[in-house]
Design a binder for this molecule. Structure first.
Ligand code: AMP
Length: 193
């Protein structure tokens, strides 16, 4: 099984790259941000709760997001593997994910960290905000999300490095070039499996 984590600053392209990866390698995509946006769009009770955090660029509390994630994981059974996009976002979520996957005997084989300069993040997300109207893509919230990313998510680099699973990919190349680099890593991992 090929289970992959992808993380990076907001706007680093993790959603775009995840879509390309699932198509090429036939994996199942779990994007916590996407699930939250669907709940918010459908105006469910859970969505209304989540929006109070996401609209400000805050994390949804760990207990809430972990419960949601575990339920989604239980509902899907995919033998080829998963790509976890936007979860984990901090060390507690990473250790929780490891425990959940250990129970299911499906460990993570690679964690991709997509790196992008702050100025590019701000430029990309303000453009996306204008195009899509996404509620958290406004300058104040973008800056806050970047701070939160640095404080809480960036430590995942050390976490996965210690496990020998970290692959740092420069996210400011073209979509094709970034995908090419990721594919080379995945192909090597598949060869070794
Ligand atoms: P994303 O689409 O991954 O950028 O996520 C959008 C927003 O959803 C984030 O800014 C958070 O507010 C929330 N979110 C997504 N995943 C998580 C998570 N694993 N933990 C906490 N909040 C999350």
């Amino acid at each position: 099984m090929l289970n992959i984590v992808i993380f990076g600053a907001p706007g680093s392209g993790k959603g775009t790259q995840s879509e390309l990866i699932i198509k090429k390698y036939n994996l199942h995509h779990i994007s916590t941000g996407e699930i939250l946006r669907q709940e918010i769009d459908n105006q469910t009770e859970f969505g209304r709760l989540a929006a109070q955090y996401t609209n400000q660029g805050h994390f949804v509390p760990d207990d809430v997001i972990i419960k949601m994630f575990a339920e989604v994981l239980d509902k899907t059974q995919h033998s080829k593997g998963y790509i976890f996009d936007g979860f984990p976002r901090n060390i507690l979520q990473a250790t929780t994910l490891d425990n959940l996957l250990r129970e299911r005997k499906m460990p993570i084989v690679a964690a991709f960290s997509l790196t992008v300069e702050d100025a590019d993040v701000i430029e990309r997300l303000t453009r996306r905000g204008k195009l899509t109207g996404r509620a958290d893509d406004n300058i104040e919230t973008i800056k806050h999300r970047l701070e939160v990313y640095k404080e809480h998510t960036e430590p995942l680099k050390d976490y996965y490095k210690k496990q020998g699973k970290l692959f740092i990919i420069k996210g400011d190349n073209s979509i094709e070039n970034v995908f090419d680099e990721i594919s080379q890593v995945i192909d090597r991992l598949l060869y070794l499996q």
